[in-house]
Design a protein around this ligand. Structure first.
Ligand code: 5RP
Length: 227
């Protein structure tokens, strides 16, 4: 395929196929959420159908639905799990492999599964790379519905919060909470920002993942590389 014809969809598919090399022979794997991980989960479905003994922990209802349709066995949501490798996407990745996640409103479950995994593989196309987190994306923050306007007011001390809406209707996470996208600009210290935002009452989880990626698989028109 010529590079002129290579689309972002092609990059996502190429990254997903390349990430298969990080799969354990058998055992429990975390299944992330989003359009980059979707073709990866399709590949897992094919391997399971061929008899590979892989069991998933899904990070969203969308991924659960896809995995069930493909016949991938899943563990209960209750945990704890012994996850060998978790595979997930990201919205923004810096050179230290720190991430912004939550574009699909799934970052709370994704973070729980990420922390339960021995190894985390992040799969992206090269449009997700940035010099500094915050350059391209606001920070998604899952917020309790109770007093969310009060929580948003506290978030104003750190940036410009906007309630996420789809077709005019507030987006709700799989756990029934709201999402605020906090525009902060370039983030000098992602770990400090994660701590400070996480301490705001009403914040359920912050979409900053600091030091939580072991491998980043990046696909672009010129091929696949790893960070
Ligand atoms: C969902 C996420 C996704 O991993 C992130 O939004 C990337 O999605 P996509 O692969 O569709 O670009 O964090 O909450």
């Amino acid at each position: 395929m010529s590079t002129a014809q290579f689309t972002q969809e092609d990059a996502k598919k190429a990254a997903a196929v390349a990430a298969l090399s990080e799969l354990p022979e058998a055992g429990v794997i975390g299944l992330g959420t989003g359009s980059t991980i979707r073709p990866f989960v399709d590949e897992i479905g094919k391997l399971v159908a061929q008899g590979r003994k892989l069991v998933g922990v899904p990070t969203s209802e969308a991924t659960r639905k896809q995995a069930i349709a493909l016949g991938i066995p899943l563990l209960s949501d209750d945990g704890p799990w012994d996850i060998l490798v978790c595979f997930d996407g990201a919205d923004e990745v810096d050179a230290e492999k720190n991430l912004i996640k939550g574009g699909g409103a799934a970052h709370t479950r994704e973070k729980i599964v990420n922390y339960a995994a021995k190894k985390n593989v992040i799969v992206v196309d090269e449009s997700k790379l940035s010099r500094r987190l915050g350059e391209k994306w606001p920070v998604p923050i899952e917020v309790l519905a109770f007093a969310h306007l009060a929580t948003a007011r506290l978030l104003e001390a750190h940036g410009v919060p906007t309630m996420r809406r789809k077709d005019g209707v507030p987006v709700k996470t799989d756990s029934g909470n709201y999402v605020y996208d906090l525009k902060v600009g370039e983030i000098a210290d992602p770990a400090a920002l994660e701590r400070v935002l996480g301490a705001v009452p009403g914040v359920v989880e912050v979409g900053l993942f600091v030091g939580r990626a072991d491998v980043v698989v990046i696909a672009g028109a010129t091929g696949v590389r790893r960070l």
